[in-house]
Design a binder for this molecule. Structure first.
Ligand SMILES: [Zn+2]
Ligand SMILES: [Zn+2]
Length: 203
C-alpha cells in the first residue's frame, strides 16, 4: 500500500499555507511537544528495562556503554517504532504549521545525537536556560550503568526521574565524583604545587 505524504499531513492536520505561525505560537507548541515527548518516552523506556523488554528489544541500544552520536538510532526496529509515538504525540494532539513540524523533528534529531555524543556542547545544550535539562552527562550515565540501570530514563529533561525517584544512582555517582575532585584539589593545595616525588628529594 502506498501511503502518500499528504495523507500523513491530513492525519496530523498540518497547516501549510500563509500566514506563517508567529514565534510565540511556534515556541509554545515546541515546549508542549518536548514535555509530552519526554513524559511518554520516560514510561516506554522504563518498560523497555523490564526483563522481557530488555532482552527482546532494548539490549541492542545498550550495546554501547559509552555511546557516540551514532548510537542515537542504533536500536531494535521495534524500539524505533515505539519511540516514534512520543515524537508524534505532540503534533497529533496540538496540530501545527509545517514549518513548526520541520523545526520539531530537526531539534529532536540534533538533541538525540547530542545526548549520545559524550560531549557537552554549550550551543546545543540549553542547560543554562532550562534548569531541568539533562543533556549528554545525564544519558551517558544511563548507558554507563547498563542493562541493570534503574536511573535516568528520561531522554531530555530531569523532571520525570526526579518525580518518580529514578535518579538516585546518578545523584550518588555525581556526589562521589565531586568528592573525588575536591580530594584531588586539596592534595594539590597541600603540596603547594610540587609533586610528592620532588618534595621527598629535597628532604
Ligand atoms: Zn535504556
Ligand atoms: Zn541511549
Amino acid at each position: 500500500m502506498h501511503v502518500h505524504a499528504m495523507h500523513v499531513y491530513q492525519v496530523l492536520r498540518t497547516r501549510m499555507g500563509l500566514p506563517l505561525p508567529s514565534v510565540r505560537e511556534t515556541v509554545a507548541q515546541l515546549v508542549v511537544y518536548s514535555l509530552l515527548e519526554d513524559y511518554l518516552s520516560y514510561w516506554i523506556h522504563r518498560l523497555l528495562h523490564t526483563q522481557w523488554g530488555y532482552e527482546k528489544i532494548h539490549r541492542v541500544h545498550h550495546e554501547f556503554t559509552a555511546p557516540t552520536g551514532f548510537a542515537m538510532s542504533y536500536s531494535h526496529w521495534a524500539e524505533n517504532l515505539l519511540l516514534s509515538i512520543p515524537a508524534l504525540a505532540g503534533p497529533v494532539i496540538v496540530p501545527c504549521h509545517i514549518t513548526t513540524q520541520w523545526l520539531w523533528f530537526s531539534i529532536r534529531l540534533i538533541e538525540g545525537i547530542n545526548i549520545h555524543s559524550g560531549y557537552h556542547f554549550p550551543f546545543i545544550s540549553p542547560s543554562k536556560l532550562i534548569p531541568f535539562y539533562g543533556g549528554a552527562a545525564y544519558h551517558d550515565y544511563h548507558h554507563y550503568a547498563g542493562g541493570r540501570s534503574q536511573s535516568n530514563f528520561a531522554p531530555l529533561f530531569t523532571y520525570c526521574d526526579y518525580i518518580y525517584r529514578t535518579d538516585k544512582g546518578y545523584r550518588y555517582h555525581k556526589l562521589k565524583q565531586a568528592k573525588l575532585k575536591s580530594l584531588e584539589e586539596n592534595n594539590v593545595d597541600k603540596k603547594g604545587g610540587s609533586t610528592a616525588f620532588s618534595t621527598r628529594k629535597t628532604d
